[in-house]
Design a protein around this ligand. Structure first.
Ligand SMILES: Nc1ncnc2c1ncn2[C@@H]1O[C@H](COP(=O)(O)OP(=O)(O)OP(=O)(O)O)[C@@H](O)[C@H]1O
Ligand SMILES: [Mg+2]
Length: 292
């Protein structure tokens, strides 16, 4: 069976002002089935957002290709709902009006009442029933993110793309919104690709965790199957020894592939100090540090 999202040999190269082009992602292969929830995890700067942004059609691919539901991805479109770390809401519109903006574009054949019901439904599911007529400036960060999630789901995209959607939230709000997402995924049976830095979030939400190697030329390192039954409860997961095994595997991968460990600078031995041309004060400083 053909995958719902087929990412083949994907590559991204940026030109660099210094000359040699920067190869960010190379030979990135990933097949996603319909209704799969996949998280993408890896070190900062490895290229997670670059991959997501290419799937969203917001960044051009350099090589390879992306096929979503038998169609090649070229440019952004309403078949992919995108949620970023901070939602871009128009400040002069209420939460409801912000959600309606997209609905008016996508469901232009539906009548006004139907469109209003869609917006209200999703705003209610994410917990904004009482605040939907407030403007973004009157909402907390978590409430704004709820609005961003409602807007993405309300357009009924084929697929959701989420880039660290809870990265800026405190852990309690993050837990709450993870439950909101799980609930919405359960109800709407959506396929999703989500970038996260959080190992526990990845295990709680996804069916598979894709671990990216470090850049340059980052690619898929390992894929971890997460087979906990759904609907999931955090409490049940935390009581399951399998959870800790998977967690260890994930952390192990992230530690092994890390290039970011600080390297302890070697202190030269006393008879190995720099030549006399070194400024005397620096020389004295090094001599003070040098082992006898
Ligand atoms: N427009 C651009 N031009 C040049 N280089 C870029 C551009 N956008 C991203 N990069 C580089 O691509 C690499 C990957 O960036 P990306 O944002 O995809 O990383 P990330 O894995 O999402 O990191 P983080 O976890 O910190 O969000 C980085 O080295 C970044 O400097
Ligand atoms: Mg990123």
């Amino acid at each position: 069976m053909k995958p719902f999202l087929d990412i083949s040999q994907l590559g991204k190269v940026y030109p660099s002002p210094s000359g040699a082009p920067a190869v960010i992602v190379e030979n990135f292969d990933l097949k996603i089935r319909q209704v799969d929830v996949i998280t993408l995890i890896g070190h900062s700067g490895c290229g997670k957002s670059t991959v997501l942004s290419m799937v969203a059609g917001l960044t051009d691919v350099t090589s390879g290709g992306i096929i979503l539901s038998n169609r090649e991805v070229v440019g952004a479109g309403p078949d992919r709902g995108v949620v970023f770390q901070a939602p871009c809401l128009l400040p002069w519109f209420t939460a409801f009006e912000n959600v309606m903006l997209g609905i008016d574009q996508v469901y232009y054949t539906a009548d006004r009442e139907e469109r209003r019901q869609i917006a209200e439904y999703y705003l209610t599911v994410v917990g904004l029933a009482d605040a939907m007529h407030q403007k973004p400036g009157e909402l907390s960060q978590g409430m704004r993110q709820r609005c961003g999630i409602a807007r993405a789901f309300a357009l009924s995209p084929k697929m959701l793309l989420l880039d660290e959607p809870f990265g800026m939230l405190d852990s309690l709000t993050r837990y709450e919104l993870q439950e909101v997402l799980l609930d919405l995924w359960q109800k709407d049976q959506k396929t999703a690709l989500m970038v996260t830095h959080d190992v526990d979030e990845a295990l709680f939400l996804s069916d598979r965790v894709v671990m990216m190697t470090n850049g340059p030329a980052a690619t898929v390192g390992e894929i971890l199957d997460v087979t906990f039954p759904r609907p999931r409860s955090r409490k049940q997961l935390l009581e399951d020894p399998a959870y800790y095994r998977l967690r260890e595997q994930l952390i192990g991968f992230l530690e092994e592939r890390s290039h970011h460990r600080p390297v302890r600078a070697a202190i030269p031995a006393a008879d190995n100090l720099p030549p006399p041309s070194t400024p005397p004060r620096f020389h004295r400083f090094l001599r003070a540090l040098a082992p006898a």
